[in-house]
Write a protein of this length. Structure first.
Length: 154
């Protein structure tokens, strides 16, 4: 019986060690899966696309003060009771600053998406980078070097 008991204890110890390794692996995977950087790296296109879509929606919700009279937003259509419709359309300066900030963010996101797409296609298709740069020069646009790395940290 002592020999059988010893084998059972060894088996239990081996299973306990394996369970500990499995728990460590699960913990590592959960930490890795919940890191935003890891999620961003795996789903960059979706995140940037959602940001662009959000920027478009916000830019429609907060139009710039340079918009024409026909583009008055729905929330401002009943403002006829106020003395100056021009003041209503331009809105308070803080809303203008928010709108400008959102426009800047949107432009930045579009630039990042454009650069990522350009870099992705250039890495996938030999000769694309040179052809693209030639077209940009013909249009009178400056050609800036695009990083070959798709890593957002550098």
């Amino acid at each position: 019986m002592d020999e059988e008991t010893s084998r059972i204890r060894q088996h239990i110890d081996a299973e306990r060690q394996q369970l500990g390794r499995n728990l460590d692996e699960i913990e590592h995977r959960v930490k890795h899966a919940t890191e935003f950087k890891t999620y961003f790296n795996r789903h960059t296109a979706w995140i940037l696309g959602a940001a662009v879509a959000g920027g478009v929606l916000l830019s429609r919700a907060f139009p710039s003060s340079a918009s024409s009279d026909d583009e008055t937003p729905d929330w401002d259509r009943n403002a006829g009771e106020r003395s100056s419709t021009a003041a209503v359309r331009s809105g308070p300066s803080h809303l203008g600053r928010v709108s400008e900030t959102l426009d800047d963010i949107f432009e930045g996101l579009v630039a990042v998406v454009s650069d990522k797409l350009h870099s992705f296609v250039a890495d996938a298709i030999p000769g694309f980078r040179e052809s693209y740069d030639s077209i940009e020069r013909q249009r009178g646009r400056s050609v800036r070097p695009i990083s070959r790395s798709l890593d957002p940290t550098g």
